[in-house]
Design a protein around this ligand. Structure first.
Ligand SMILES: *[C@@H]1O[C@H](CO)[C@@H](O)[C@H](O)[C@H]1NC(C)=O
Ligand SMILES: *[C@@H]1O[C@H](CO)[C@@H](O)[C@H](O)[C@H]1NC(C)=O
Ligand SMILES: *[C@@H]1O[C@H](CO)[C@@H](O)[C@H](O)[C@H]1NC(C)=O
Ligand SMILES: *[C@@H]1O[C@H](CO)[C@@H](O)[C@H](O)[C@H]1NC(C)=O
Ligand SMILES: *[C@@H]1O[C@H](CO)[C@@H](O)[C@H](O)[C@H]1NC(C)=O
Length: 304
């Protein structure tokens, strides 16, 4: 009985499926048609001039979401929170090799960015801004991006609005404002960068999701150094990362100050001085740990 029932049901499901595909592809064409209308030329301020904004976000980080939401509503931005792959996600082992030397967090980050490039292509965006959920903006980020867009040459693959360990490359354009455009040299950190459609295609080919051996931002910086993609960076960076951990030790090594002229988080009263005090303590501890680690390592080498 059940079998028969299932057999009868199948063609119906199949037809529904076909219909859905048809409707989907039609609406897609209509969207494309709208996108190609003259409106396209006007840069949308709700997405800082890009086709789309993704905010990579881990659902359980409600604290970061709260801070991000306040800034987003201050700028009246239109963003998509993109569920980041977490360290414990099963998809991780499907994509990456658990034996790799990278931490689960680094592998999760790698796969998250990979999935966003896929999404850019699937949804047919010309470009998209990718933000991590712990960023702080210059209060006039809209003006800054409008000016950068005036100077940004076509075609481009990636645009590094926020970065770390970056150096100053060849100047590009002729901006009279402080935040200027340069050819990228070796930007790392992925808290605020844009990827064009062509960039997404290239990166999907160039980064290996199955056996990543180095963190995704380092991989991208190597790709840029080898001139396989066309990349630009903004100095000084108008979007910075405030989180505890990774980029913190950057302050000491970066050529450029890792701070904003007018911080939006500061303007909105979102900076807890005690918290940043704790973070700076963590930061110093981390550097001390690293230093002693290297000292031990070198001592071993010298002695052996
Ligand atoms: C976007 O913002 C910039 C800077 O504030 C402004 O010059 C431009 O006219 C705005 N564009 C649109 C489409 O609103
Ligand atoms: C943004 O604000 C800073 C600080 O007030 C200012 O120096 C800069 O000229 C502004 N940038 C633009 C593009 O308006
Ligand atoms: C930045 O802050 C300075 C000093 O508080 C203020 O004079 C200036 O207008 C601010 N600029 C922007 C773009 O908000
Ligand atoms: C920050 O620290 C100071 C001194 O330790 C304390 O008086 C103050 O209440 C703290 N503020 C918050 C928001 O925790
Ligand atoms: C800062 O660190 C102290 C001691 O570790 C802790 O008691 C306090 O709650 C922390 N403050 C914040 C804002 O995280």
């Amino acid at each position: 009985m059940q079998r028969n029932y299932a057999k009868k049901k199948k063609p119906k499901i199949f037809i529904t499926f076909l219909l859905l595909i048809l409707i989907y592809s039609c609406s897609f064409n209509i969207f494309n048609w709208i996108n190609n209308s003259p409106q396209e030329i006007i840069t949308s301020n709700r997405t800082l001039g890009f086709d789309h904004i993704y905010v990579l976000h881990l659902d359980y980080r409600k604290d970061r979401r709260e801070i991000m939401d306040k800034q987003i509503s201050y700028f009246n931005l239109d963003v998509e929170y993109f569920e980041a792959v977490s360290k414990d996600d099963k998809i991780l082992n499907k994509f990456t090799n658990a034996n790799s030397k990278m931490t689960a967090g680094q592998r999760a980050c790698y796969v998250s960015h990979y999935l966003i490039y896929q999404s850019i292509i699937e949804k047919g965006f010309n470009n998209a801004l990718i933000l991590e959920d712990d960023v702080d903006f210059e209060t006039n980020i809209t003006d800054i991006m409008a000016d950068i867009y005036q100077n940004l040459p076509e075609p481009w693959d990636t645009l590094h609005i926020g970065h770390c360990y970056e150096m100053i490359g060849q100047p590009v354009g002729s901006s009279s404002f402080p935040n200027k455009l340069y050819q990228s040299v070796k930007p790392q950190c992925t808290h605020a960068y844009a990827v064009s459609n062509s960039g997404a295609h290239k990166l999907l080919k160039l980064i290996d999701p199955i056996k990543p051996i180095i963190p995704v931002d380092y991989k991208i910086s190597l790709i840029i150094r080898s001139k396989k993609i066309i990349s630009y960076s903004i100095h000084p960076q108008p979007i910075i990362q405030w989180k505890e951990g990774n980029p913190s030790d950057v302050e000491l090594t970066s050529n450029y100050p890792f701070s904003l002229t007018n911080s939006t988080m500061n303007l909105l009263g979102l900076i807890d001085n005690n918290l940043s005090y704790n973070n700076s303590r963590k930061r110093i501890q981390r550097i001390l740990d690293l230093t002693s680690h290297f000292q031990r390592h070198f001592r071993k080498q010298v002695l052996s």
